[in-house]
Design a protein around this ligand. Structure first.
Ligand SMILES: *Cc1c(COP(=O)(O)O)cnc(C)c1O
Length: 357
């Protein structure tokens, strides 16, 4: 029998989450499927979302995977291209590219056809990562118009604190963006999932939905969104069951001591699969649909769960590491991280099983 660990991915749930994201904005939605579609599988998810207004990835390599899979629609590369060879590829593949730095702007003049691409000019309004300083927007747009008079330009920025809707910095960034450019209006794009869900003032012609496509509400306060559907069940099973006496330990480092005699099970899933090694004892796990807890350190291929109060659990009992009944964000919070990291960290070893409703 094969190892029981697998990620069941519901493609209809992804499509519904995309439709919901699109319904929130007054315009279009880019489905952001970078980092292997947040662990769900880049090409398959790309095909499932082929009807989207546009797909978005971080890198040119990811864009090429999608083109090779036969996806012909609009495809946005969020980091843009770093050299002429990549820009030539972007021309051949008709990619939408982000221009966030001077070297990318000047490169447009050096590659035939590049100035006819759809260009997304990234303005830094405070995220401090990529983009031209917002105070220079007028000058940069003028330079871009000189280089590429016919290009379709979208002005974009990225929010630093949208997962905290009440954060003061949100309105500061929006105000900077809105005052940065007084010329003939250009289509704009500000919102990621958090902003799209919680900051109506950030919605523009184009919104960029990533984490919400996987049913995760990025709000730091952990509120679940009723319209978002879970897209991945990370499932395994018990492959061993053990009895243990009071004070005995399980796992590397012997740092978990059972307070009383009881039982525990071994689950085929470990950090080599992407389960967080830093998840501490007490992290919730479902065994046979019942909540129990991780005990001891997570190993590369296995982890242990407390079965003391689950007498019916035995070899082969199904285990859910995360899914509809145990949000990945909750597991992430126990491990001191966010759902994004757990989803994107799911390794190649975990078979993805694709389902539709
Ligand atoms: C990843 C990314 C997004 C999507 O963010 P989510 O929080 O996953 O919705 C949007 N815009 C840019 C520039 C990104 O890098």
């Amino acid at each position: 029998m094969s190892r029981p660990l697998r990620a069941r991915v519901n493609l209809d749930a992804i499509r519904r989450n995309y439709a919901f994201a699109r319904s929130l904005g007054r315009g279009h939605a880019v489905a952001i499927i970078k980092a292997n579609a947040y662990g769900h599988g880049l090409a398959v998810v790309g095909e499932a979302l082929a009807g989207a207004d546009a797909l978005g990835v971080a890198t040119i390599e990811e864009a090429l995977v999608l083109r090779r899979a036969g996806i012909n629609g609009r495809l946005l590369v969020l980091e843009g291209t770093f050299d002429r060879a990549a820009l030539r590829e972007a021309v051949v593949q008709r990619l939408d590219i982000v221009i966030h730095s001077g070297y990318q702007l000047e490169m447009l003049a050096q590659v035939p056809g590049a100035t006819r691409l759809r260009l997304w000019l990234k303005i830094d309004t405070g995220m401090g990562r990529l983009g031209f300083p917002w105070q220079e927007t007028e000058a940069i747009v003028r330079r871009l118009r000189t280089l590429a008079p016919a290009a379709e330009i979208t002005l974009m920025t990225h929010m630093a604190c949208a997962d905290e809707p009440d954060h003061d910095f949100n309105s500061i960034q929006l105000q900077r963006f809105d005052t940065a450019f007084a010329g003939e209006p250009l289509p704009a794009s500000i919102a990621n999932s958090a902003a799209l869900l919680a900051l109506p003032g950030a919605r523009r012609e184009w919104n960029r939905a990533g984490i919400m496509l996987w049913g995760v509400n990025p709000r730091l306060d952990g509120i679940r969104h009723p319209e978002l559907r879970c897209t991945m069940e990370l499932e395994s099973a018990l492959i061993a069951v053990r009895r243990i006496g009071a004070g005995e330990t399980v796992g590397y480092g012997c740092d978990y001591h059972f307070p009383a005699a009881g039982r525990f099970g071994i689950v085929a899933c470990g950090y080599g699969d992407g389960y967080p090694r830093h998840a501490p004892s007490g992290t919730p796990i479902l065994v046979g649909g019942h909540r129990t807890r991780l005990v001891g350190r997570v190993s590369m291929d296995m982890l242990a769960v407390d079965l003391t109060h689950l007498p019916d659990a035995g070899i082969g009992t199904p285990v859910t590491l995360w899914g509809a009944a145990l949000p990945v964000a909750e597991v992430a919070a126990h491990a001191g991280t966010i759902a994004y990291e757990l989803l994107t960290g799911l390794t190649e070893r975990v078979p993805r099983i694709y389902e539709i409703d």
